[in-house]
Design a binder for this molecule. Structure first.
Ligand code: GAP
Length: 516
């Protein structure tokens, strides 16, 4: 646990030191769980968003993208169920006066059991070496089987109590598990109460005429209310999808873990409209498709897993999370939800407008079912960033800090250095920058020894460093150094664009989805 904490602290301080993420309003001591993306962070975020958008919209003929407003008519949230059901179960500790999400307290307890399983697996892997069969060990080691059973029983009971709104049982579970307040160690708990997560605001000039609005807690509803507009103007035939990215807001009580759980965050969502009865097939299909997208970035298959929900949101008939191994353990990164016709049917009812699809082949109208994929852009950022930050021991015994971002996502693709600040080398370096900047984000750096410049770019995540030296004056060649292997090649200046393009082009990376 202490190592996890240290690793995570390193991620947070590196994100600040290298211009990725700052605490919002830092000069006023910050605002809890609100963050700003800095010069490199904004680029990384933009690249992740584009990688998602291309995979969804550009590569699928039957998926289109929209950009709906954050403000929506207040009835939207009544229809979507968020006014009545978008609640977190909260519990207060009477001694420390700290407030917690009751389900998170239980889930954290389960995470500790899961950490014990991981420890047993690591110990056995070390003991058995190459002969170790993890699947067999998980199925047969009695201690691990018992831990797994404990974890499953607890989560099942939690899911059942929450689904039945049996908050008294959630409190009972916390007491039975002997869960203490993480701040004070006290077990003196209040009852569990529901708390709505939407932020309210007002639209209008005077207090009397102002209309109560909510900041959207998910982008999905902007898609549902536009379903028919898009279907008609785009002449879309079912199955088809509508995608969008944008800000969402939730008054999270337990906002913590840096950009993992924020009050203002960004979602990338896609609603896939299908014929009723085909939802199981499409749900499985999108689960596979989304996992392929993740794997294409090369962060390691062992860092992902599916977690099928016991406790379903008010709109879903099946739901699964893609979980990622964050520095604090496996947690939800993306959700895939089979939302039935809940949203469209409810908007029909509340608006009095028909939201149906007419199938010209069967000559019938119906309210489509929906399978949704929903990923937090900030969480994806944290997954990529934390996985990429590595401390490496080098052959000469020294260490380097390197941010091995997938080069397709790296904010700056290449840094160009003159070996020395004279003899015409800076001018050539600037000419290279002038040429490359039309295709890539590139950076000029002439300060300090070249070794230190390499280290700086390694830590910032730049995949290539290009050095102009005296040989360049003679034969128009430079060295290009690869961040991950630290290998250096002598290449012609005119080949630089091709080398970088091949490494960072989205097409090459996205094509990996076909094979993973
Ligand atoms: N439209 C469905 C929906 O919003 P969700 O599971 O509540 O489903 C989807 O959210 C994704 O949005 C999550 O998997 C997560 O990546 C991201 N997300 C949700 N709440 C968040 C928060 N407070 N901070 C950052 N990301 C969040």
């Amino acid at each position: 646990m202490a190592k996890q904490d240290d690793d995570f602290k390193r991620v947070i301080s590196h994100a600040k030191e290298y211009g990725y993420v700052f605490q919002s309003s830092e000069i006023y001591d910050g605002l809890s769980a609100v963050y700003d993306y800095a010069q490199n962070g904004a680029e990384l975020k933009k690249n992740i968003r584009e990688y998602w958008w291309k995979a969804m919209v550009q590569l699928n003929e039957n998926i289109v993208g929209i950009d709906a407003a954050i403000f929506m008519h207040p009835t939207t949230w009544k229809a979507s169920g968020h006014v009545d059901a978008f609640n977190d179960p909260l519990i207060d500790n009477k001694d420390s006066k700290k407030r917690y999400r009751a389900d998170v307290l239980v889930e954290d307890h389960v995470a500790k059991i899961e950490a014990k399983i991981e420890k047993e697996v690591a110990k056995a892997a070390k003991r058995f070496g190459d002969k170790f069969d993890e699947a067999q060990f998980l199925a047969t080691n009695q201690r691990v089987v018992d831990y797994q059973e404990q974890a499953t029983t607890i989560l099942k009971r939690l899911g059942k109590s929450l689904a039945a709104e049996d908050l008294a049982d959630v409190k009972k579970l916390i007491e039975e598990l002997d869960i203490a307040c993480p701040m004070s160690g006290s077990k003196n708990w209040t009852e569990v109460k529901q708390f709505n997560l939407m932020f309210g605001t007002k639209l209008g000039a005077t207090a009397e005429s102002a209309m109560d609005l909510y900041l959207r807690p998910e982008t999905a509803q902007g898609i549902f209310v536009n379903f028919l507009n898009v279907q008609k103007t785009g002449r879309m035939k079912i199955p088809f999808g509508i995608a969008q990215t944008g800000k969402a807001f939730r008054n999270e009580i337990v906002a913590r873990q840096f950009i993992f759980r924020m009050r203002e965050f960004e979602q990338m969502e896609m609603q896939y409209f299908i014929k009723p009865g085909t939802q199981q097939e499409w749900y499985e299909n999108w689960k596979k498709n989304r996992m392929k997208w993740h794997l294409s970035l090369g962060l390691g298959a062992e860092n992902y897993r599916f977690h099928d929900h016991e406790k379903l949101a008010h709109y879903a008939d099946a739901a699964s999370d893609i979980e990622f191994r964050f520095p604090f353990g496996f947690k939800e990164l993306e959700g895939i939800h089979s939302r039935t016709d809940f949203d469209l049917a409810s908007h029909e009812k509340h608006s009095g407008k028909k939201l149906q699809y007419f199938d010209y082949e069967t000559r019938e109208s119906y309210v489509p079912y929906v399978v949704e994929t929903s990923i937090g852009l900030d969480r994806m950022f944290l997954a990529v960033f934390s996985n990429s930050l590595q401390e490496e021991e080098l052959a000469n015994g020294s260490t380097r800090t390197v941010l091995k971002l997938p080069s397709v996502l790296a904010p700056t693709k290449a840094a160009v250095f003159p070996l020395v600040k004279k003899d015409g080398l800076p001018e050539i370096a600037q000419e290279i920058i002038e040429d490359l900047k039309w295709d890539f984000n590139v950076e000029y750096d002439e300060k300090d020894a070249v070794g230190r410049r390499y280290r700086r770019q390694d830590a910032a995540g730049t995949p290539f460093c290009i050095t102009v030296d005296h040989q360049t004056l003679e034969d128009k060649t430079v060295t290009i150094r690869h961040r991950d292997s630290m290998e250096q090649q002598r290449v012609a200046i005119e080949s630089l664009k091709g080398i970088i393009h091949e490494a960072v082009d989205m097409k090459g990376w996205l094509k990996r989805m076909d094979v993973s």
